[in-house]
Design a protein around this ligand. Structure first.
Ligand code: FAD
Length: 292
């Protein structure tokens, strides 16, 4: 019977984990408990997001610096084009280079609060492809960029969006990390389209374990990820039942990643939301084991 691959015959998956920089002491503790729990899984890198509108620059920097100083992990700092001149963005990048940070996740960013349409900052980098080009002038950073299996919500067309991804790769990015998705088929067809467009760098699937279905549904509507009807059915009636929701969540994500694995995918990026448990369980199901 065709089915899932035999884990015993597969090499361990290559993992990366995404965190957001904490705003309070309590969230700082939560983040560090999360980092400590996931660290033994020896991810290839861990990335730290940059707040909408460039608001967390100092917090992103502080978190990345602490990861360098206190862990065995390789950090990747997210950086966006929003709300800053090229000189200011370059300054941040030079700071990272000087601190030994060699991996940047280069993004355009979303419009700051109160603004619905993205407008490039006067004197800033216009789009992510421009930022990649600028970063490459500063240092030979490893650069990851964003990719959208369901097309970026404001792209004129899927083709234009794919051209944009290609521009980011041609400018020097060596990996794309996808927006999260729940329909595995959509991602696999996206890989086919990337291949046909001559994109050869890894397109790493972004995996979002769903703890709060209501929240994810709301957020997905904004960021261009569709939530299939079958998922609504699986989480039906569980809004007040966290324990069952968490178990269902692991099953949903485990089915997704194992199906990806069955299709040859061996690299996964997890949106942890600074919560380790579901991610740890799903990584375990993929074959990841703590280094002893
Ligand atoms: P781009 O690649 O610049 O593309 C954005 C849109 O503009 C696309 O529709 C593209 O087709 C279009 N476009 C590109 N170039 C041009 C052009 N020259 N003329 C006209 N249109 C053009 N946001 C944050 O604020 N902080 C983060 O830390 C963060 N991390 C993320 C991590 C991942 C893995 C992902 C998938 C997203 C992340 N985001 C983050 C969200 C991201 O900033 C938004 O999705 C943003 O709207 C698009 O960013 P991008 O880098 O894909 O932009």
């Amino acid at each position: 019977v065709p089915g899932l691959p035999n884990l015993a015959e597969l090499p361990p998956p290559r993992l990366s984990f995404e965190f957001f920089p904490p705003k309070t002491e309590k969230l700082e503790e939560q983040l560090w408990a999360c980092i400590r729990r996931l660290e033994p899984l020896a991810p290839r890198f861990v990335s730290v997001t940059y707040g909408a509108g460039g608001t967390t620059q100092a917090r992103t920097h502080a978190t990345v610096s602490r990861i360098v100083a206190e862990t065995s992990l390789t950090p990747a700092a997210h950086l966006t084009c929003v709300g800053a001149t090229r000189a200011e963005v370059d300054e941040v990048a030079r700071g990272y280079w000087a601190a030994g940070v060699r991996h940047i996740v280069a993004l355009r960013g979303d419009p700051p609060a109160g603004q619905t349409v993205y407008e490039p900052h006067p004197g800033g980098y216009d789009y992510a492809a421009d930022l990649v080009e600028g970063l490459k002038r500063i240092g030979d950073f490893e650069i990851s960029v964003a990719a959208f299996p369901e097309t970026h919500p404001t792209a004129l067309s899927a083709e234009q969006d794919l051209d944009n991804l290609k521009r980011k790769i041609d400018a020097g990015a060596t990996r794309a990390i996808t927006q999260y998705f729940f329909d595995t088929e959509t991602y696999l067809r996206f890989l086919d389209r990337c291949g046909a467009a001559g994109i050869t760098v890894p397109i790493v699937p972004g995996i979002m374990p769903v703890t709060n279905f209501v929240q994810v549904k709301r957020f997905s509507a904004m960021c261009g990820a569709s939530v299939p009807d079958w998922m609504g059915k699986l989480f039906e009636g569980l809004d007040e039942d966290l324990e069952t929701r968490r178990m269902v969540s692991v099953v949903v994500a485990a089915e997704q990643v194992r199906l990806l694995q069955a299709n040859g995918v061996d690299e996964f990026h997890f949106y942890t939301l600074n919560r380790p448990d579901l991610v740890y369980a799903i990584a375990h199901l993929l074959g990841a084991r703590a280094a002893r």
